[in-house]
Ligand binder design. Structure first.
Ligand code: MF3
Ligand code: CO
Ligand code: CO
Length: 253
């Protein structure tokens, strides 16, 4: 694996970036109401990030045109902010990645817009719990397969599906590094987790089929994804430090 374990000074910096990611999601939550556009969410996140002395890493990343990903309803991830108005009953994942002092903090949350259906609420709650199950499966000598196994076991028990192609990643001085952190896996398989590496755990879970459709983003190498059947998808993401005894969630205040 190409990423090196972080030294104590680097961990302090990583914690700062991750804390800012958490603060950004807390800041944006109060604006998530019917009638706001995803472009307005983008502008708010952009300005907030700069006001804290950080830069929004998505902006210009492989040509991505905005400062945040906003994935509404059937959009699985990498949704591009535009003039779409949020409406009562929507669900929206807001994925933020501030970069500060050379380090990236990556976190996302799916918000409910006004009153949502019981089905939507159950999916969102399950997505959060699926992420937590994945994080709790992190052990000092564990593997990425342990994480995927724990996530998908929970997801299938709830009657939902886990997206296979897209998942978590190593993170630190690089936005996306090894290892790939799957949402489906076998215990003991995949890459071994290394103390003082950071990874993200970010399962995308679907109401219906796990199949996704890929869409191009103009002038960008990043793709965005929707569910193949048009049903809902939800996601949460934390950046986590693997430690000698287990893990520490860094994007939690
Ligand atoms: N934040 C996303 C992730 O969790 C990556 C977004 S890349 C972008 O990995 F270019 F779409 F912003
Ligand atoms: Co990520
Ligand atoms: Co992210």
């Amino acid at each position: 694996m190409s990423i090196k374990p972080l030294n104590p000074d680097e961990i302090v910096k990583m914690k700062k970036a991750c804390r800012l990611a958490a603060e950004t999601l807390i800041y944006i939550e109060k604006y998530i109401k019917p009638g706001i556009t995803t472009n307005e969410i983008d502008q708010l996140v952009h300005d907030f990030t700069l006001s804290k002395g950080a830069t929004p890493a998505p902006l210009g990343y492989h040509g991505f045109p905005k400062s945040v990903c906003t994935s509404v309803n059937q959009v699985v991830c990498h949704g591009v902010p535009d003039s779409t108005l949020l409406k009562e009953g929507d669900i929206i994942n807001v994925d933020v990645t501030p970069k500060i002092d050379g380090f990236y903090g990556d976190s996302s949350k799916t918000f409910m817009v006004g009153q949502v259906s019981d089905d939507a609420r159950r999916l969102v709650e399950a997505a959060h719990e699926a992420m937590m199950k994945g994080i709790e499966a992190i052990t000092p000598k564990g593997t990425t397969g342990d994480i995927g196994f724990a996530i998908n076991k929970f997801v299938t028990r709830k009657g939902y599906t886990s997206v296979i192609e897209i998942g978590g990643h190593g993170i630190g001085r690089t936005f996306h590094d090894e290892p790939f952190v799957p949402s489906i896996g076998k215990k003991g398989k995949g890459d071994v987790l290394i103390p003082y590496h950071c990874i993200t755990v970010e399962p995308m879970i679907n109401e219906g089929t796990e199949k996704v459709k890929e869409f191009a983003i103009p002038s960008s190498n990043i793709k965005y994804y929707e569910t193949s059947d048009g049903k809902l998808s939800a996601q949460f993401e934390h950046t986590v430090l693997v430690t000698e005894t287990g893990y520490e969630i860094l994007t939690l205040i």
